[in-house]
Design a protein. Structure first.
Length: 325
């Protein structure tokens, strides 16, 4: 007998949600967002289209309540309204693009409001995401640049761990929810919200003098890009690497190496390597691996020193050999 099927269906969540703007908001924001996703129609039903639901502020207040000991605590009406208002406003789509998008559209209904999850069909279709398997960028390079020796740089497989919020890249189509499609996904049960989870997020504020501007200006120069050093997600991944002990010179080496290896290359997924030349990819938790490859490449290209002649009584070995002829 096979394993029993999980009731209630499922939703798809990109692992890179931990790098999106909503992740930096108070916990109520992500809770409301997940509630809306789980309650949206997965297929057309009566007058509701796929990705739509009818709800109300009081209903969301009840659904997103939590327990403090034995006491049930509900978010206030104003708090819930703030979240809804934020979800339907235009936000920066992330650190890699200036494209802006809303996450929901709301319309007044007879009993509450009709909410449409923007671009729901695209983001809830698993085939639009890459596999959970490691994506080997270098194997793509091997197919498109036969002259090059392949490396072993794999796409970052992100883990949805609050202690490992280290970054990734975004595709233009993923701007709507700020969930890059170049990474794997998490399939979550629609009933997951019924589980009582106590989340305590503690974001450490770094006081170090990290050269965000220098790193991004160097990347922009080498990759012909125009990223902003002030973008929250960009600063997050750079800070994560600095906290691990890496410094500006290490960033330069990784940028130089990846620009040399990826620029102008068309990968098997049809994307140009240039699309991957962005902070979320270059500075993710594969940074150390890429740095080591960059250093290895440098050592291979260093000219070898000629051996110092071994002199015996003032004569070199070659002189001694010639004397024997």
């Amino acid at each position: 007998m096979g394993s029993p099927r999980i009731p209630g269906g499922y939703i798809v969540i990109a692992r890179n949600i931990v790098e999106s703007e909503i992740w930096d908001k108070p916990p109520l924001y992500i809770k409301v967002w997940l509630y809306l996703l789980t309650r949206a129609q997965h297929s057309d039903y009566k007058k509701l289209k796929r990705g739509q639901l009818v709800t109300s502020i009081p209903e969301i207040m009840e659904a997103c309540s939590w327990k403090k000991g034995c006491v049930k605590v509900k978010p206030t009406k104003d708090k819930v309204y703030q979240v809804i208002d934020w979800l339907r406003k235009v936000h920066e789509a992330g650190d890699e693009s200036d494209t802006s998008a809303t996450m929901i559209t709301t319309t007044k209904a007879t009993h509450g409001m009709l909410i449409t999850i923007d671009n729901y069909d695209f983001y809830q279709t698993p085939k639009n995401y890459e596999s959970n398997d490691d994506y080997d960028i270098e194997n793509d390079m091997k197919a498109t640049r036969k002259q090059r020796e392949p490396s072993n740089i794999n796409k970052n497989v992100l883990r949805m761990n609050k202690n490992e919020k280290n970054n990734t890249l975004s595709a233009q189509q993923a701007n709507k929810f700020e969930l890059p499609m170049s990474h794997d996904v998490i399939v979550t049960s629609r009933d997951a919200l019924d589980i009582d989870i106590d989340i305590d997020i503690d974001i450490d504020i770094d006081k170090d003098n990290i050269p965000f501007r220098k790193v991004i200006e160097y990347l922009n120069e080498k990759a012909d890009k125009n990223f902003k050093h002030t973008a929250a997600n960009t600063k997050k991944v750079i800070k994560a690497r600095f906290n691990e002990g890496f410094r500006f010179e290490d960033f330069k080496l990784v940028i130089d190496y990846c620009c040399k290896e990826w620029k102008g290359v068309t990968f098997s997924n049809g994307k140009l390597g240039d699309e991957y030349l962005q902070p979320s990819t270059l500075f993710n938790n594969k940074f150390d691996e890429r740095l080591n490859k960059a250093k290895l490449e440098i050592s291979k290209n260093k000219p070898q020193k000629e051996p110092t002649p071994n002199y015996v009584n003032g004569m070199s070995e070659m002189d001694l050999l010639n004397m024997g002829e």
